[in-house]
Design a protein around this ligand. Structure first.
Ligand SMILES: [Fe+2]
Length: 247
């Protein structure tokens, strides 16, 4: 890709600075947790080489979690690692096509579409694994329970809705999102990995309801898996994801 010069170059630089300022501003608003504190999510990059490379995280600490067999968890970790690998492959392939001026090709379009599947498959699993492995229920005196009650009427109403969302027929994810603009909370059904995400939504609690997440241990009894999930939510981690500047 050629370097931009003149007015176009200045506009690009202004856009970069604007985006950087907005990013830093957003980071500050979100209490830095937005970047790394709220989760141990990978944002590893190899920017020195001019490309971004994601690295899979190690979640072996979850082995032994009550209600989740080692076989299930290890299979799940392997699936997750596949999403990281394929995200990197897609990013590399798209960069290559961009460098070669082949952005108008069907290959570019299909790889670009595929990125939503692989990237979200990677990221959603990271949020999921980060928000389990805890013990004990939600902090009854914490911010989250207050906020859930504010949006749903009560914690119990939120939980009922979240469980119902996760019990829907189909494969995907149940996600409690906080709307970045209003601060309100909504439970979303995310189809597969990439369909149904709210624009400007901050994932607060994520539950995998693909069959691989439970069938090894629970067969078709998804409700039993959801019970086990709730027993293992890492509420302290979930609470850290809140956008405290809102609501
Ligand atoms: Fe999964």
């Amino acid at each position: 890709m050629s370097m931009k010069t003149g007015k176009e170059g200045e506009e690009n630089r202004d856009l970069f600075l604007l985006n950087r300022r907005r990013f830093l501003s957003l980071s500050g608003i979100l209490g830095l947790g937005f970047i790394s504190g709220q989760t141990d999510i990978s944002m590893a990059s190899a920017e020195k080489e001019g490309k971004m490379t994601y690295q899979s995280k190690d979640y072996n600490r979850l082995l032994g979690m009550e209600g989740f067999s080692e076989t299930l968890l290890k299979n799940h970790f392997t699936l997750y690692q596949g999403y990281v690998t394929n995200t990197n492959k897609l990013m590399d392939a798209l960069s290559q096509l961009l460098r070669e001026g082949k952005t108008g090709t069907p290959e570019y379009a299909e790889l670009k579409r595929r990125l939503g599947w692989e990237f979200n498959g990677m990221r959603l699993h990271e949020y999921y694994f980060e928000n389990v492995g805890g013990k004990g229920g939600i902090d009854k005196g914490g911010k989250l329970i207050q906020k859930l009650a504010g949006s749903f009427g009560s914690y119990e109403a939120w939980e009922k809705d979240f469980r119902a969302t996760g019990s829907m027929r189909g494969i995907g994810w149940a996600v409690l999102y906080q709307d970045i603009l209003s601060g309100k909370f909504i439970n979303f059904w995310i189809n597969e990995h990439e369909v149904g995400h709210p624009a400007g939504g901050m994932p607060i609690l994520i539950m995998d309801v693909f069959e691989h997440a439970f069938m090894i241990d629970y067969g078709l009894k998804r409700t039993d898996y959801i019970d086990a999930f709730f027993r293992n939510i890492n509420w302290a981690q979930v609470e850290k994801r809140l956008l405290l500047h809102k609501g």
